[in-house]
Design a protein around this ligand. Sequence first.
Ligand SMILES: Cc1cc2nc3c(=O)[nH]c(=O)nc-3n(C[C@H](O)[C@H](O)[C@H](O)COP(=O)(O)OP(=O)(O)OC[C@H]3O[C@@H](n4cnc5c(N)ncnc54)[C@H](O)[C@@H]3O)c2cc1C
Length: 263
Amino acid sequence: MNREKPRERVEEHHLSGTGISRIGYPIGIRQTTVASTRYLTPQMLRVTLEGPELVDFHSYHFEDHIKVLFPDEDGTLRLPVPNDRQMLDWPRPSPPTRSYTVRRYDGATLDLDFVVHAGGLAAPWAERLQVGDEVWIAGPPGAKAFPFTYVHYIFAVDPTGLPAAARWLEESPIEVSADLVIEFDHPAETAYPLAHRPAVDVQWVPRWELADRVQKLDVPDGTFLFAAGEADSIRPLRAWVKGRMDAVITGYWKQGQEDVEED
Ligand SMILES: Cc1cc2nc3c(=O)[nH]c(=O)nc-3n(C[C@H](O)[C@H](O)[C@H](O)COP(=O)(O)OP(=O)(O)OC[C@H]3O[C@@H](n4cnc5c(N)ncnc54)[C@H](O)[C@@H]3O)c2cc1C
């Protein structure tokens, strides 16, 4: 895969491309430290990372994501090694990792927004983080980019997909037309901050009502769907979009199972 000039290629696709374009980035492994942590809502923790290794970090598309690396149970941290194809060679078996969206990157610091939930590896770890703690991140691997040239957009997400939806909204042209349908578990989650766009309608719906609500939307031809959240909750949308609209649909997690990503 071509991993040269990713910024230029993603920006060009955003402005004038059609369809979905896979654009690879040089994939790095970086040591960072925690600059700050703060709760955006009682269920969403923002962790800001900093460090010299973030200077040449790549993130040009709103859904870019990194893997946070964790040590094995005995405390050993096994890191992937960069190779000459601008990718990483991972140890076998793979070390424990979890995926998180790059909510913001400004050339020096980056924000990750963690949904706080019971159990798991990453969520309780994030809540324990202190300023100065070391965090290893791998990626992002590249963008599954789609342009701002569609007539209309639907974002169907749960809180794990909110960082991606919020970044897209912030980086989109002011006149963009979209429906954001957001599934929540706790009413307090609806306080998550979203940029205002006059032609964007935001609906918050209780857990498991997401797909139903999306299928009732009255949308024009030329609509694009981005869906990310609990795998079973968004599954009905996979059949619904067929022959109807272009879409990127990803199960970001699955109830009762750890570390699931469903494309
Ligand atoms: C490309 C991509 C981007 C993602 N971006 C983000 C992001 O920006 N922010 C974010 O919070 N998550 C994001 N996720 C989802 C996150 O990776 C998963 O939720 C992950 O499973 C959390 O790891 P964990 O160690 O906390 O729980 P795991 O060890 O994976 O799971 C333990 C238990 O917790 C449950 N569980 C996992 N996630 C949740 C949840 N969100 N709510 C309730 N129960 C849960 C599982 O079903 C399981 O029963 C993303 C996933 C992908 C694939």
